[in-house]
Design a protein around this ligand. Sequence first.
Ligand SMILES: *Cc1c(COP(=O)(O)O)cnc(C)c1O
Length: 384
Amino acid sequence: MKIPFNKPTAVGTELANIADALARGHLSGDGYYTRRCHQWLEQRLGCPHALLTHSCTGALDMAAILCDLAPGDEVIMPSYTFVSTANAFVLRGAVPVFVDIRADTLNIDERLIEAAITPRTRAIAVVHYAGVACEMDAIMTIAQRHRLLVVEDAAQALLATYKNRNLGTLGQLGCISFHETKNLISGEGGALLINDERFAERAEIVREKGTNRSRFLRGEVDKYTWVDLGSSYLPSELVAAFLDAQLAHADQVIARRRATWQRYHAGLAELAASGALELPRDSYPDRVPNGHIFYVLADTLATRMALARHLKTQDMLSVSHYVPLHSSPGGRKWGRTSGEFKVTDDISDRLLRLPIYFGITDAQVDTVIDAVKGFFATRAATIR
Ligand SMILES: *Cc1c(COP(=O)(O)O)cnc(C)c1O
């Protein structure tokens, strides 16, 4: 029985929705299904404006345009993240300033942010790793004190909360991903959440190739024209129809994902107590994660690699990431560092993600847990 690392979420009603979109005869963006997705996001997340994009990368690009950066402006972000967090700002001529992460959440260490601020700093781009919230109160306070914007890379964080507020709705702008590796998907897909009215009108324009076409479609102007920077960030109705089906089952998908996460945590707790490996924290008083990533931390890079090989021989796939951006060729060329990266470097060597997806059975999770336990049992025996 092969256990893949990920299987794209499927809820069963996607194809009927796509057939309906075809029947409606409008397949480019911003039709019936796009509007339904916008409404769902705005109502469920509690944000004034949501706009679907073709990816979270596209939403981050839009956020970077909306931040109105000048060449040489700086954006503070964690080094331990996906490349799109940084690339969006580099494309505007800005400089990503990398800082280290916290060892408990693997999110940006808020205690290191102020030391990274210079007169050129314009924004902080936070990443809610694994759908676990950053220390948002502290981060928003720093941002207000220094008049910085906060962009949330909430790619992994849909329906995870911080003090009962949805991630992606706390900063001025939030970016969500519906890539097939995320909890809720449309193959490729994303959304920009606009939480500050100042950005609402311009966001629409940036998304529609720099034109005021959205106002034209609402009958607010009698022709549309090029008014600002922009590109084509909207998805087709086919993608929105697929996503709409998934959003209708969001609670079921997230609940199942959280249950799978907790099953791993409980199943490996004894092994962790023995000191063989480390597990992420399983609960917080002030935030509720969404079960996006389940990871373990091995003691060394060598152990991590041996564990991944062991799982592979038993047809179970595990995955490690990220190459820290501060040590990547792109990060060295376009970014700069602030402080040391002890936690980032250490975590990126030792972290291993175990299979988690909607549809993985409890029996499959137990098989993976047994395989991990088996690895450490044989290792203990050979060392002895
Ligand atoms: C997945 C991911 C992205 C990119 O999302 P796409 O929708 O694939 O563009 C950006 N940032 C983080 C932290 C991610 O996990």
